[in-house]
Design a protein around this ligand. Structure first.
Ligand SMILES: [Zn+2]
Length: 286
């Protein structure tokens, strides 16, 4: 995918979906019992023409899924962060907002469990996809986009090693192409695997004006020996206004992350935090 074209703000894509859904909802809601004829006389139609609410929801949802796929949904950040490395946001008023970021999926079982928990708690998060994992689980990817999560690029192979420019380009662009083909999403958010900033990947991403999204707080959920409670404690003790939190839904067995997530969310809510996506966080950091 070429990256020379200007990147519209995310809001445009979202507004397109909202307006499409509004149009659909409006057109569905005209299926009531009463229409007005050209002479302004009410024309009574059979009640069977009414669409049940459940069916309407299905219609809207299926429309949302296809809209997310075909519309030009772009995730980007304010200009001053393009081509820059970001670890957290410094908010003027110490607003208690925090961004959960979830890496290395989409992944069998754990991604859908995490989506169910986020949905139940009405929390929006930012997912960084690995191209190889995306290729395995396109349906999970479509669900994430349809449900309003923000997506970033986390390379094709998740390599840490030093690579030449052509390889770095391929790692990022091959993933970007598959993200677009699968979901219609373009993203300027990039996270280097392992947080390595000197192996060629971050340099290529910067040259494309992508934002290198690091983190200021890790759950340390890749520690093979730690219990879920340790992940919870790491996040709840380290949380600060504007933190970007690192977690994982893929790249291995993430059952312990699934177990920790409800407590992480409820604990942060008890501390007074609201959850935002990375673009929302950076928009507040202006
Ligand atoms: Zn990773």
């Amino acid at each position: 995918m070429g990256k020379n074209c200007p990147k519209p703000q995310k809001i445009i894509g979202i507004m397109t979906i909202i307006s499409s859904v509004t149009t659909l909802t409006t057109s569905c809601s005209t299926q009531s019992n009463t229409f007005f004829s050209k002479t302004n006389q009410p024309v009574h139609l059979s009640p069977t023409l009414q669409i049940p609410t459940t069916q309407l929801h299905k219609l809207v949802n299926s429309h949302l899924s296809s809209a997310a796929k075909v519309k030009n949904l772009t995730f980007t950040v304010p200009t001053k962060y393009q081509g820059k490395i970001v670890y957290h946001a410094q908010l003027h008023n110490n607003d208690k907002v925090i961004a959960l970021t979830i890496d290395d999926g989409p992944w069998q079982n754990t991604t859908s469990q995490i989506l169910d928990i986020l949905d139940k708690n009405q929390v929006k998060a930012t997912f960084f996809w690995v191209g190889q994992a995306l290729q395995e689980h396109p349906d999970l990817a479509k669900r994430e986009v349809a449900e309003g999560y923000v997506i970033g690029n986390h390379t094709w192979h998740h390599w840490y090693r030093r690579m030449d420019e052509a390889t770095a380009k391929s790692e990022i662009e091959r993933t970007a192409d598959l993200i677009y083909k699968t979901t219609g999403v373009k993203t300027s958010l990039f996270r280097p695997p392992g947080g390595f900033l000197n192996n060629g990947l971050a340099a290529y991403a910067k040259s494309q004006k992508d934002t290198i999204v690091m983190w200021s707080l890790t759950s340390a959920d890749t520690d093979p020996h730690a219990k879920p409670q340790a992940f919870v404690n790491n996040v709840l003790k380290g949380a600060k206004p504007g933190s970007i939190v690192l977690m994982h839904d893929g790249g291995g067995n993430r059952e312990r992350t699934v177990q920790a997530l409800p407590q992480i969310i409820s604990g942060l809510k008890q501390q007074g935090y609201r959850f935002v996506t990375v673009p929302q966080l950076l928009e507040m950091n202006q």
